[in-house]
Write a protein that binds this ligand. Structure first.
Ligand code: NAP
Length: 255
C-alpha cells in the first residue's frame, strides 16, 4: 500500500527484462518503493535489473517465470504473486515485441504470434491483474502502449496495430475500474533507445528509458490516466491523427 506521502511501496513488472520498466522501478525505489517482483522469461536480463534495484535500495527483489504468449498460465502466476505480496501498488505491463515488418509480410504465423504476445498477452494478464486490484481496492495498472498505435505506419503496421488494440483495451479497462479504488495509466512513448530499438536509427524526438520513467512516475504521482513521453507528442499526434491518408503515407514514409 502506498505510504502516507503517496509513495509507491511495491511493484510488479510483467516483462521483467524491459529497460523502460527497469528505469521506472529504479526511480520508484529511489522514492521509497521497497519490493519489486520481476516477471519474465529471461533470467539473465532480469538478474541485472534485480541487481540494479538492490543497489538503488530495494529490500526485496524477486524473479518469477512469466511468458506473455502463454495466456493460460497468467491467472495462476499473477494469483501466486499477489498471494506472496498482498497489496501491490503498481503493476507495469511492459512486455512487447517489435518484429520486422518485411519478415512478417512473408510469415503470417509469426505476425499472429507477435499479435498474440503484444495484444492478447496484455488482455489476459491485464484482466487477471485488474481482478486483484479490484479486490484490494487500490493499485495502478500501467500499460506501455506506444504512439505507433495512435496512427499506424506501413513500415510497422503489425506492431502498431497491436498497440492500437492494447491502448483501447487499457482505456476500457481503466473506465471499468472507476469507483473501485484501482486505476489504469496508459503510457504512450515515442522512440525510446532500448534493446528493442538498438538496431534502428533514432526516430523523431528520440528519448531515453530514464526520461520515460520520469514521465511515468510523475503520472503515477498525479493520478493521470494517460502519459505521453515526451509530452509534446500529445500535440504532434493530435495533428497527425487527422491528416488525410495520402498525406499521412508521405509523412510516415519520410521518417
Ligand atoms: N523502445 C521503444 O521505442 C518503445 C516505444 C514505445 C513503446 N514501447 C513499449 O515499451 C515496452 C517495453 O519496451 P522496452 O523499450 O523497454 O524494450 P525491451 O527492453 O526490449 O523490453 C521488452 C521486454 O518484453 C519482453 N518480452 C517479449 N516477449 C515476451 C514474452 N512472450 N513473455 C515475457 N516477456 C516478453 C522481453 O523479454 P526478453 O528479454 O525475454 O526478450 C523484454 O524484456 C514494450 O511494450 C514496447 O512495445 C517501446
Amino acid at each position: 500500500m502506498r505510504d502516507a506521502l503517496g509513495a509507491v511501496q511495491s511493484a510488479l513488472v510483467l516483462g521483467g527484462g524491459s529497460e523502460i520498466a527497469a528505469a521506472t522501478c529504479e526511480l520508484l525505489v529511489r522514492e521509497r518503493c521497497r519490493t519489486v517482483v520481476l516477471a519474465g522469461r529471461s533470467p539473465e536480463r532480469m538478474a541485472s535489473t534485480a541487481e540494479r534495484l538492490r543497489t538503488a535500495g530495494a529490500t526485496t527483489v524477486e524473479m518469477v517465470d512469466f511468458d506473455a504468449s502463454a495466456p493460460e498460465t497468467h491467472a495462476e502466476v499473477i494469483a501466486a504473486t499477489f498471494e506472496a505480496h498482498p497489496d501491490i501498488d503498481v503493476v507495469i505491463v511492459a512486455f512487447g515485441v517489435l518484429g520486422e515488418q518485411s519478415e512478417l509480410n512473408d510469415d503470417p504465423a509469426a505476425a499472429a504470434a507477435l499479435a498474440a504476445t503484444n495484444y492478447a498477452g496484455a488482455v489476459s494478464s491485464g484482466i487477471a491483474v485488474a481482478e486483484h486490484l479490484r479486490r484490494q481496492a487500490h493499485g495502478t495498472l500501467v500499460f506501455l502502449s506506444s504512439v505507433a498505435g495512435e496512427r499506424v505506419r506501413a513500415d510497422n503496421f503489425v506492431y502498431g496495430s497491436t498497440k492500437a488494440g492494447l491502448d483501447a483495451f487499457a482505456q476500457g479497462l481503466g473506465d471499468s475500474l472507476t469507483g473501485s479504488g484501482a486505476s489504469v495509466l496508459v503510457v504512450r512513448p515515442g522512440f525510446v533507445r532500448t534493446a528493442m530499438t538498438a538496431h534502428m536509427e533514432d526516430g523523431p524526438m528520440a528519448t531515453t528509458p530514464e526520461a520515460v520513467a520520469a514521465d511515468i512516475v510523475k503520472g503515477l504521482r498525479s493520478g493521470a490516466h494517460t502519459v505521453w513521453s515526451p509530452a509534446k507528442l500529445r500535440w504532434v499526434f493530435t495533428v497527425l491523427r487527422h491528416l488525410p491518408r495520402p498525406l499521412w503515407r508521405k509523412v510516415a514514409a519520410s521518417r
